[in-house]
Design a protein around this ligand. Structure first.
Ligand code: NA7
Length: 536
């Protein structure tokens, strides 16, 4: 696509869950679209995060698209919690099933999108030399992406003579770990998944842990034909339930009240839940995040589990979750994480007590002690939510830079649109609930809302559609208010931006829950897109 600038109605950026569905919806609406994707194929986060052990923490039967009954019936998940290769295959399957590939350009990272005010068009360029123009741009770039990996702020990384890898940008050809001395920095959801699998082949594995996570067992298992048949027969009810749930999950809300239950029964319920596994383990009690006695009970239950699994008391003491209340940071799911520390070649180092001082040419130095390594795996997360937008040069009306507007923290109206950036819409943008929910359900909402907004503009002859600054300000302020005094306020986390040195401590996600979010977005649309300036 070189030479003359090709004209489109819409450019979609990214071919993960959101880009795939957005392209489908807009094409169904008769718009001429082109999707650009930096990877070699569809997948988005599930294309780049191919580190050993990469797996979803949501159950497969509802970590998928709900919009196509055909896709739901034709695709069969093999496991309760799907692994990265299977999700990547699923997204390829959907892409082909809906015949989307012909409108996708791979190996093309969008580097800039500049608004031409006179023409009311966006000029979009990629690193592959594409130069196109469109009336709308929809970002489907996710919030935890390869363009915004968070490297640890440790001196000497460039001196390391071995291999230094970030989990969010894992080489497609794989990494030979056999017999190698491997160090893993970071014990969030990613490190916790990677450690047991790396330990299977590494000669020696040292885990450098700063904050111990609260971790629940996934109890992953293959799905039987009966389970799959039951899901496929019940999808109408499953999605109705998921869409009425504040986290987009087809679960009943927790039934028990801690103070009314008493400690003995509470233990029994938690033991049962622990055996069942999955992210629901923590939610036996409805007041786990609001009643400190309930929270402390669960925290102690988790600590006891660690002590009962990890044989070396010193390692157990390091791994026990502590220092912040449960729920203040993302809870993780594991498969044999704690058991892995019983292997003779696996060690944990507390780098909160003794911080990493530097990386040398031979390995990681903690205090005066050097840990010699062949490979360092940085499982240190992402410059979440605003990072992916700041990695692109997006210029709106009057030469305003989106990167600059997001420097002081997240901002967007309804988590989907930006003042001064007409006809630029974002799926799961800043101040959006998606990353605190079962993401595909949130994504489907945003895609459908954006598709409707575009259909409205087309029908009404609206050529420039953008939030009013005041509406955006209110939404941003509301986002921060909901986080203030919440559990998240009691820890440092990527959700607060506090994992990236220099990033302002502002909450990145809208915490009001998906049901309330859907309602607010629907109200805005019904009121003729209140808060949006609309010019013809
Ligand atoms: P997270 O959740 O941001 O975890 C990153 C981990 O890396 C966490 O344990 C950090 O410790 C640790 N970290 C970060 N920088 C350093 C330095 N400099 N030294 C030592 N340790 C460090 O990222 P994930 O990839 O695990 O998960 C991100 C999301 O992806 C997750 O929430 C899911 O939604 C999927 P800290 O806790 O900051 O002390």
């Amino acid at each position: 696509m070189t030479g003359k600038t090709e004209q489109f109605d819409t450019i979609v950026i990214g071919a993960g869950f959101s880009g795939i569905y957005m392209l489908y919806k807009l094409r169904e609406q008769g718009l001429k679209c082109r999707l650009f994707e930096a990877g070699e194929g569809p997948g988005g986060a599930w294309y780049w995060n191919r580190y050993p052990g990469a797996r979803c923490d949501s159950e497969s039967y509802f970590y998928c698209f709900s919009f196509s009954p055909e896709v739901l019936q034709e695709w069969t998940w093999s496991e309760r919690f799907p692994a990265q290769p299977e999700i990547e295959q699923y997204l390829n399957f959907v892409t082909d099933r809906l015949d989307l590939r012909r409108d996708m350009t791979f190996n093309a990272r969008v580097t800039s999108a500049v608004y031409d005010e006179a023409a009311k068009r966006w000029n979009v360029e990629t690193n592959a030399g594409d130069k196109v123009s469109a009336r709308y741009v929809v970002t489907a770039i996710g919030g935890l992406t390869s363009t915004a990996t968070n490297l640890p702020n440790i001196p000497g990384i460039e001196d390391f003579k071995g291999q230094f890898l970030h989990t969010g940008h894992w080489p497609k050809e794989g990494v030979d770990l056999i017999g190698k001395r491997v160090g893993v920095i970071g014990t969030g959801s990613t490190g916790i998944q990677a450690v047991p699998v790396i330990a299977e082949t590494a000669g020696d594995l040292t885990v450098f842990q700063r904050t111990p996570a609260y971790i629940m067992p996934a109890k992953n298992a293959p799905l039987s034909e009966e389970q799959t048949a039951a899901y496929k027969a019940n999808y109408d009810a499953i999605w109705a339930k998921a869409k009425a749930h504040r986290g987009g999950q087809p679960y009943d809300p927790p039934a028990h009240d801690f103070d009314e239950t008493g400690p003995e029964k509470a233990r029994e319920l938690y033991e049962e839940s622990w055996e069942e596994g999955g992210l629901r383990v923590v939610q036996v009690f409805k007041d786990v995040y609001t009643n400190r006695a309930s929270g402390e009970f669960v925290e102690n239950f988790f600590r006891e589990k660690v002590r009962s699994i990890v044989k070396d008391p010193e390692a157990a003491a390091i791994l026990e979750p502590k220092g912040y209340p449960i729920g203040a940071k993302r809870i993780a799911l594991d498969s044999r994480y704690y058991e892995t520390f019983n292997l003779p070649h696996v060690h944990v180092v507390d780098v909160k007590a003794n911080p990493i001082t530097r990386i040398s040419e031979n390995g990681i130095v903690v205090g005066d002690k050097e840990y010699p390594l062949d490979i360092i795996v940085s499982a240190t997360g992402f410059d979440a939510v605003t990072g992916p937008f700041r990695a692109m040069n997006i210029i709106g009306k009057g030469g305003v830079s989106l990167a600059q507007r997001l420097e002081d923290g997240p901002r967007a109206y309804l988590g989907m649109a930006f003042a001064h950036f007409p006809n630029l819409l974002a799926i799961s943008g800043p101040c959006n609930p998606a990353l605190s929910t079962n993401v595909p359900v949130s994504i489907e909402h945003d895609v459908e809302w954006i598709a409707d907004a575009i259909a409205y503009c087309e029908a009404e002859g609206i050529t420039a559609f953008e939030p009013e600054e005041a509406a955006e300000d209110d939404w941003v302020e509301g986002t921060q208010k909901m986080a203030e005094g919440s559990l998240f306020d009691q820890a440092d986390s990527w959700q607060y931006g506090s994992n990236v040195p220099g990033k302002p401590r502002r909450f990145l996600l809208w915490l009001g829950g998906l049901t309330e979010f859907r309602k607010r977005c629907a109200d805005v649309a019904q009121a003729g897109y209140k808060g949006f300036s609309q010019s013809r």
